[in-house]
Design a protein around this ligand. Sequence first.
Ligand code: RAM
Length: 340
Amino acid sequence: MNKKVISALLCGAMVLGTVSPVMAAGAAEGKTFAIVTKAAGNPYNEKEAQGFKEIIEAEGGTAIIKHPETATADAQISVIQSLISQQVDGICIAGNDENALQAALEDAMNEGIKVSCLDAKVNPDSRMTFVNQAGVTEIGEALMDAVLDISGGEGQWAIVSATSQATNQNAWIEAMKEVMKDDKYSKLELVEVAYGDDEPQKSTDVTQALLQTYPDLKVICASTTVGIASAAKVLQDNGSSCKLTGLGLPSEMSEYIGDDDAHSCPYMFLWNPEDVGRLGAYTSIALVNEEITGAVGDKFTAGDLGDYEVTEASDGGTEVILGSPFKFDPSNIEEWKDVY
Ligand code: RAM
């Protein structure tokens, strides 16, 4: 069939309404899409950016990857300003602060740049939609049940988080606290939330400090991939009786996952960070092509990831949820450690 016949048939089908809004091949053609992560030196951020770039380039666009020097709002503001002057078409950002980026991101949107966020959200006025890795409550439940199970149902536990401003971390911590109100967790005592700022050394230091301050600590839940890898090493090297769970990259955690005393982490959770980046890319493309506006009910197809719908987020803005958290334990860690 020649091209004209195919396009005539497609047009006819569209008029009849029989073709669903599948993104055309080369949907990013001639456009520039930036991803701004939290900070350089975080393998999770690098994987997100890798997934983003892969899709933008496969769709014929130009991808710009920006890893700010530090995980701060200020570092991201200067990156956003330079992307505005470069006149990019889309920005997808993992916010280091919920509100502090608003002026810069509003400037970007006023210039016609389509702004979305992924991983850690910025407030509803600062974004068109948020690509969320998994439901916040679902993550909170998975982590709390792990703490309950690994502690044997009672005792002291602590959280190792990233920065105190990280909206994803704070939302998960709030969700855990909410879940913990249920009677079945009544014998658990959350003694401290420590911040390792997604820096390996600081995460190591705060883990050591927790062990010193709370000699009876039963479980540490590290809700960050950087924090969990550092905490795993401290606990395992010390032969500590305190166990670990949280959110980690299988590639960084395989040597620590096990059911016996020689391993610090019985099991943990995550999702595919490359897929977070891929969905961020598809969302940016759909926004730039004005296939969606980021409003509740908008639908689009994200290549092999499947069909997605924009839904209402708990902060009054909107979000697109990638999927559910996945559990990594001794039975499957070998399979996953080479994947991400
Ligand atoms: C860290 C970052 C990131 C978070 C993961 C789970 O790498 O804080 O934002 O989503 O952990």
